[in-house]
Design a protein. Structure first.
Length: 319
């Protein structure tokens, strides 16, 4: 299938935008290995320079012109892009990258209306979308991943797509292509255990020694106190929300509670070990330490340790 001469890459997810542009260039060079690539930021171009870059050469050499940040183009340049895109010279592929949204929306709309091929690269914000991305990354690098490993990888690495992609590729290479939860925990143990969420997980589980060890590792490795305190508060909020929702189907509760099903399922198991009074006391400790690490306490590290001990003690007390 021939590559359309005008390509609109629409969206603000940087990694996906980069890959979309790379794929277009690869397709152009598959048709003509000598195709020249030129990249421009629209704010650095004048209408005249744009016209010159898109003008046909004497020998009609193939060329890919990439205009980055087209949403930043001024009125005259935006009009010139639309004009040039209406009649591109033979052998030239024009790639226009636009973040979408209201800024310079007329430019994107005009290119779309003019027949440009559109690749969307919308920001990935929902857990389900990140999980889909992880699964596709593992497949992309020739591997397969167990369902439980997807959540474990996101928990260990975070939400940044670039880091998730790198981690997925590394895991596939290191495991021979079959990624399970144990492999994720093994290869990302240091990072996961140094995070605030690891401290919170130990607290929720009632593992006093493990919580203190994870807290000290986090402090040694420079994890900001605010992040640890936020993780403790998030863990208590999650238990409270899931506990009040009852024992419903996690998949059905996901939309109501605004959490991924795996997180609800995990919290449903954890909250059984917490009496309402214990949860209320731990919630109060989390709120207090959030204030402490933001300037109320003289020693944020001590405040965190005290909060961890207080929360673990609350869970251990029986009615």
């Amino acid at each position: 299938m021939a590559l359309a001469p005008v390509q609109l890459v629409l969206g603000e997810e940087e990694l996906l935008v980069e890959r979309a542009v790379e794929e277009i260039v690869a397709q152009a060079r598959a048709a003509d290995p000598a195709a020249e690539l030129r990249r421009y930021r629209t704010t650095d171009l004048s209408p005249g320079e744009l016209a010159e870059s898109l003008s046909p050469s004497l020998f009609a050499e193939a060329r890919v012109i990439v205009l980055m940040a087209a949403h930043e183009a001024g009125k005259d340049l935006a009009a010139a892009i639309v004009t040039q895109a209406a009649d591109p010279a033979e052998g030239i592929v024009l790639v226009v990258q636009h973040v979408g949204g209201a800024r310079n929306k007329a430019l994107a709309d005009a290119l779309r209306k003019g027949g440009a091929a559109v690749t969307t690269c919308e920001k990935v914000t929902r857990y389900e979308e990140r999980a889909d991305f992880v699964r596709s990354e593992v497949r992309r690098t020739g591997g397969k991943i167990a369902p439980a490993a997807v959540g474990a990888l996101i928990e260990a690495v975070g939400n940044d797509l670039r880091e998730l992609a790198a981690a997925a590729g590394q895991l596939v290479a290191d495991t021979g292509g079959s990624v399970d939860e144990k492999a994720v925990r093994r290869y990302h143990r240091g990072r996961a255990e140094a995070s605030g969420f690891a401290v919170a997980d130990k607290v929720v589980a009632g593992d006093r020694a493990g919580a203190l060890e994870a807290l000290r590792w986090a402090q040694v490795l420079g994890v900001p106190s605010v992040l640890v305190a936020d993780a403790l508060a998030d863990a208590m909020r999650t238990l409270a929300k899931v506990g009040s929702a009852g024992r419903g189907d996690p998949n059905r509760l996901a939309g109501t509670l605004g959490m991924p099903p795996w997180k609800i399922r995990k919290a449903q198991q954890q909250v059984r070990s917490w009496r309402p009074e214990a949860l209320a006391e731990a919630f109060a400790a989390a709120a207090e330490v959030n204030a402490d690490v933001k300037g109320v306490a003289a020693d944020a590290d001590y405040a965190l340790e005290r909060a961890v001990l207080r929360m673990c003690a609350a869970r251990e007390r029986r009615a």
